[in-house]
Design a protein around this ligand. Sequence first.
Ligand code: 9MR
Ligand code: 9MR
Length: 584
Amino acid sequence: MNIALLLWAAWGGMAISNHPADAVRLNQLGYEPQQEKVATVNEGEVREFAVVDATTGSRVLTGKPAYTASSAWSDKIRTVLDFSSVTTPGRYLLVVNGDSVAFEVRKRVLAPLADAALKSFYYQRTATPIEERYAGQWHRPAGHPDDRVLVHPSAAGPKREAGTVIASSKGWYDAGDYNKYIVNSAFSIGLMEAVYCLFPDYFAAQRVNIPESDNHTPDLLDEMYDNLSWMLTMQDPDDGGVYHKLTTPSFEGFITPAECRQPRYVVRKSVTAALDFAASLAKASSLFARFEQDYPGFARQALEAAERAYSWAEANPRAFYRQEQLNRQYQPPVTTGTYGDGNADDEFFWAATELYLATGKPAYRERVTTCMPTAFAPPSWGGTAGLGVFAWLRTELKPTSQDRARTTEDRALVKTLKNMLLDYADKAVRGADRSPFHAPYGNDPKDFFWGSLAERCATQGSSLVYAYLLTGERRYLTNAHRDMDYLLGRNATGYCYVTGFGTKSPLRPHHRLSASDGIDAPIPGFLVGGPNPGQSDGAVYPSRLPDESYTDVEGSYASNEIAINWSAALVSLASSLDALSARH
Ligand code: 9MR
Ligand code: 9MR
């Protein structure tokens, strides 16, 4: 029977209208059997819907809408359908107003996404050839070797004069561009270290087919090592300070790495770079201690480097990265990404926390007290306090002999931070189940900005996972899944925002590697930045509404770029949800 006939039969002979084909918005990857299953009809009145078994054609459910909800910034009224009672694994069609959308119910439905999110880092590796047996059609020669990098005048010191040539190989390209920035690199590592600590067994079992997959170390740590080993080269051996970035003076064009000709520089040491470096390497030191076999000496080296960077930051607390100011003083001017930040309290909190947990030294503990956050916010590259909170919470959730939070004061601190996080979580989930897309994310215009799908939606989901683990209350986990549903298609544009996944996903991301490789399909597994009403890139957008300010064109770096911190946020949420579903 053809599909139209089948639907017609299933719907009881009702005429199929010429409704826009993507009116029905749902998670395009599918649903776990026990998970809440909800779709949003983007327009039109809905009286009834049906779920049909896609193989047999038999109707398994007839339902009425759960509720309608109007947008906070437009006159659009959406209708929400709940078909959670469909729990038998299989393929189905959701039929509504003559439209039909396929969906799947499957165990471990997020596993391929979690794997691909991690694998996306492999594709971003700069200095190793990306081989066909790991990368399939996206194989390519090694990119920038960075074995001859110049010390920029802004970074010169008595022992390393301007123009000194250093080696600073390996690590990941930051994003759609070809530069490497310590702040974002270390932050990305930090997010992944945090999720690793929650689910070590999950990551021990994960294989994503990278060159190191057969060694004794989990792939997640292997992948992080490529970047950590680069980070170590960004420390000035003379004073322990850390260069803010390794960059060309201006952004390269949309060419392959091999075609790039601009010189590359290490630029200015900064306090935020030093602290993010210290925090992520202190934690790496305790994680890699168990894998000496594959990475001999690294754990010790990482901790030493972390402590030196931290001391430098203590001595230079006002050394913020200010690119415009530097460009008035030094040649050549540098116009690439800034990761600028004029407040290092949150970086101090994260770094002092990880160094205290790694060493037990009282000086770090004292510093923690002086730069405590007053409220919880999901972590982002410019606001790292949340990573410090996650670190303290893991001492309660996953106590290990390596973490030294044992004193009464430490326990009291953990309790305070736990309450902060739960306070945030309760506010976040309020109203989600009456909202247009049935998610905690996306109901406030402030939810949409450069990179917000990762920096507001995915990290909110991960924060709700902590709330769930701390309390056992399922509503937090349900809401974390709802944020994932938003990312994967139940949203105002109908995009599944991860390259290579779902039925409608970004095809032209702002990504030099994808754009220059001669392959139509973008490299898979990347979460794009997403709707950004700033629209600051001169691209043509279909709408000015906050949640529809997205355009799948190469020129849209404000809405359609990819980036390692966004990939890390996807690794965090997808792996957490997949790990928890494997437990049920
Ligand atoms: O490609 C660059 C992207 O990685 C950055 O996020 C973005 C903002 O800093 O800038 C992009 O580069 C653009 C530059 O700023 C202006 N000229 C066009 C460049 C993109 O083709
Ligand atoms: O993620 C960054 C975002 O928060 C900023 O608003 C934006 C503009 O400064 O820059 C983003 O980071 C870009 C970085 O500067 C250069 N590489 C690409 C990053 C993602 O767009």
